[in-house]
Design a protein around this ligand. Sequence first.
Ligand code: GDP
Length: 462
Amino acid sequence: MNKKFPIVAIVGQPNAGKSTLLNKIGGAQAAVTSDVPGTTRDRQYLNTSWNGMDFTLVDTAGLTLDPKDQLELSLNEQIDIALSQADAVLWVVDGKNIAGAVPQQVRQKFRKLKKPVILCVNKLDSPKTREPQTQAFKSLGIKKTFGVSALSGAGLGDMLDCLAETLAEIFPQQEDQEETSQATDKIAVAIVGKPNVGKSSIFNAILKEQRVVVSPVPGTTRASIDSDINIAGRDYLFIDTAGLKKKQHRQEQPDIFSGFQTFKSIRKSDVCLLVIDAAAEITKQDQRVAQEIFAMEKGCVLLANKSDLLVQKPRDQKNGPRRPADDKYQTLRDQISHHFPFLWMCPLFFVSAVSQEGLNETLSAIEPIFQARRKLVDNQTLSEFLNKIMKKNPPKLLRDQKKPKVFSLHQVGTNPPTFELKVNHPAAISQQFRKFLENSIIRELGFWGTPINLRLKGKDKT
Ligand code: GDP
C-alpha cells in the first residue's frame, strides 16, 4: 500500500488566491509533468514535498463530484470539509482587504478548529509593505500568520517551512511509515465511480462469489474502514468498504463530502476499479473520477457495470430493429475511449454485479497491474529503447526554442513507475514527443494498466 501523506486543505473565500497558491507551489512540478489531455490546467490537489515532509495540498473549493455544485463551495462548507478530513489547514485571505472584513463567525470557526491552521495573507506583492500588512492580520487570532504573494512566490518559503514543521509534529514517523508500507505486499484496491453505478453491488458480489472473510481495518479517519480480504491466496486491502457496505451510512453524508472521499480512496490505492454504468450515458462526473485516477497516477481497471441490461431490448424500441449486443459493446468501447482517452492503457471489462459476469476477470487483472507498478527496468534496456525511439521519432524542433537534445532515460521510482529523461533544455521538448515517449514506455516496456510519470531534466539543472 502507499504511504500515508498528510492532507493539507486550502480554504478561503472566492478570489482569495487559493488556486494561484496551489499552482505556484506546484509550479516547479508543473514544468516537468505533462498535461492530462481533457483536463483543465488548474490543479485541485498537489502531492508535494518540503524539507523532507511529503504531503498533499487540496483546494477544497474544487472538491465536489456533483456538477451542479461546481460553483465555489462556501467558506463554511470548506471549513467543515477541512474539519472532518484534513490534517492541517492553510487559510488564505486576500491581503488587499482589511482584516476586519472577515466575519466574526468565520474567525471563530477557525479558532475552534482542532487542527493546525496557518494563515496566508495573500496578494502582498510589495516587499516594503508586506510586514506591516501581515501584522494587521494578526488580529484574526491565528498564531502562524504569513504574508505571501502567490503570484510572485514571495513569502512562500517561510510559510512552507512552518507547514512542514507543523506536519512533522503530527506525523513524526513518516520515514518508518514509508518503509513498512513499501514492504507490505497487499494490493490496495479502491472501487470508485459516481453514485449509483453499482460500486457497492460489485463489492458485495465479489464477497459473495469468492466466499471471502472480511476483516475490517480502521482507516486514517474514524469514518473510513478498509477491509483485508484474501482471495485465492492473494491479500487485498479494499479501501473505504464502510462506505460500500452500509448504504445508509453513506447517504447521511452531505454531497460535498463524496468528492473528498473519492479523492482519498484513490490516493490510498494502488489500483482503482473505475465503475461506470454501461446502460447510461457517460457524464462529466465519470470523467472527473477518471481524471483523478490518471492525475494521481494510479493503476486502473475500467468496469462497465450493469452490462446485463445491454442484452435486453429497450422497451421503447419494441418494434424497432434488433441490434446484436456486440454492437452495444463496441459503441460503449468507443465512448469510453472518447471520454477517457488518457486511460487507454487500462483494461476494460463488461461486468454485472447481478449476473456476476466479468468479476473473475476483473480480479485477475489487478495483480499484473500491481506488478507492473513495482517493476524496475534496467538502464541497459532503457538505453536501447531510447536509441530506437530517437532513430525513428526524434523530437521536432520547436519554434523559438533551442535544438532539442536527448541524452538518457532512467527509471527513478516505482508505484507509480517514474522515469527521468535527461535533455539539454526541457522547454525544447515538445508535448507531442513527451506523450509519444510515455505511451511507448507503457506499450513496449510492459506497463499495462498504469499511467507512468515521465520527468524531464535539463542538463544544467540539479
Ligand atoms: P453505488 O452507489 O455505486 O454503490 O451503487 P449501488 O451498488 O448501490 O447500485 C445502484 C443501483 O444499481 C441499485 O439499485 C442496484 O441494484 C443496481 N445495480 C448495481 N449493479 C447492477 C448490475 O450489474 N445490473 C443491474 N441491472 N443493476 C445493478
